[in-house]
Design a protein around this ligand. Structure first.
Ligand code: PBG
Length: 326
């Protein structure tokens, strides 16, 4: 390698044209997924207090949002349903007339090319807000699995392209793959929230989805934040059980996990830039404390640089707009 003064690394930073010629990582609209919150009822478009510019929609108010997403060429949405009908077995999660099932049909009707991904979890539909069935104070793994599988099948019957289990029960991918196949849905893709950590950054989401647990926390099923090797085991297990894509969540405090996953597995890798990561930047931007566009594009690029293929973000629409105007 040459040495200074022959070597001057600043030469390639002199103009934007040169910088862009040698740029190593790019954010592309084709890899973005936009999350959507759907509520029961009519005439509802309400902003989520802790997530400015993000709304909860009832179906009759959803179509302008879908039009905007398709106009921006965002290829996929990730659906979350919020139901007032909560019970011990989360029956609304797999009700063919449930809020998400209706939303899937509606979206596929008006935008058939838009990829519909659904979050498969019980927490928005279960009385106590945990992601699995409760036995005393324990979240029971094995009795949760058939309910998750039923939910995934009902989403697929409604037209979902990709199901994304986010509950962190052991064996859920296998249970879901098996039930999908039994029902003739061999082509339904499973995007598993494989390495999902018990994170403080989900705070605003639980506001949005009314899914905060009524007792205890999620640490007996979501991962312990200090662990990296264990994340690789989770991913390995999900792939062995039939996951087509894997995910690391959250993104920003876990870029090392994304990098390690990219180095270790040849499967498509998604990163979830979660609600708290959105709200943090949004709040600082609203206060004028940082430049929103620069901060967001820098973090999106960082997620790419770490090795993610797909980025799920509440900033997806804004990023798509910024990419167009550049
Ligand atoms: C449901 C689920 C959560 C998120 C996605 N799916 C919440 C949780 O596990 O508590 C978080 C998404 C976000 O914060 O943006 N289990």
């Amino acid at each position: 390698m040459a040495d200074f003064p022959q070597l001057r690394l600043r030469r390639l930073r002199r103009t934007e044209a040169i910088r862009s010629l040698v740029r190593e990582n790019h954010v592309n609209v084709n890899n973005l997924v936009y999350p959507l919150f759907i509520v029961e009822g009519k005439g509802i478009k309400e902003e989520i207090k802790s997530m400015p510019d993000i709304f909860r929609y009832s179906l009759d108010r959803l179509s302008p949002e879908i039009e905007e997403i398709t106009k921006l060429k965002i290829p996929a949405v990730l659906l979350f349903g919020i139901s007032q009908k909560k019970d011990e077995t989360a029956s609304e999660a797999y009700n063919p007339e449930g809020v998400v099932q209706q939303a899937i049909r509606f979206i596929k009707d008006i935008a058939s090319q838009l990829i519909v991904i659904t979050d498969v979890c019980l927490c928005e539909y279960i009385s106590h807000g945990h992601c699995g069935v409760v036995d005393g104070n324990r979240i029971d793994n094995d009795s949760t699995l058939p309910l998750l599988a039923k939910t995934a099948v009902s989403h697929t019957e409604a037209g979902a392209d990709i199901v994304a289990p986010s509950d962190m029960m052991d064996g859920r991918v296998q249970a879901i793959r098996q039930k999908l196949d039994e029902n003739g849905f061999q082509d339904t893709v499973i995007m598993s929230y494989s390495a999902k950590y018990a994170s403080a950054f989900y705070g605003p989401f639980r506001d949005a989805a009314e899914s905060a647990p009524h007792f205890g926390d999620r640490r007996s099923y979501q991962m312990d934040p200090p662990n990296l090797r264990e994340a690789m085991l989770e991913i390995e297990q999900d792939i062995a059980e039939g996951a087509d894509m894997v995910m690391v969540k959250p993104a920003l405090a876990y870029l090392d996990v994304i990098r390690q996953a990219r180095n270790s597995f040849n499967y498509p890798l998604a990163a979830y830039n979660v609600s708290g990561e959105y709200s943090m930047v949004k709040a600082a931007a609203q206060k004028g404390w940082l430049d929103e566009k620069q901060a967001v594009m820098e973090t999106m690029t960082a997620i790419k640089r770490a090795g993610a293929d797909i980025i799920i973000s509440y900033y997806a629409k804004q990023v798509a707009r910024w990419l167009r105007s550049d």
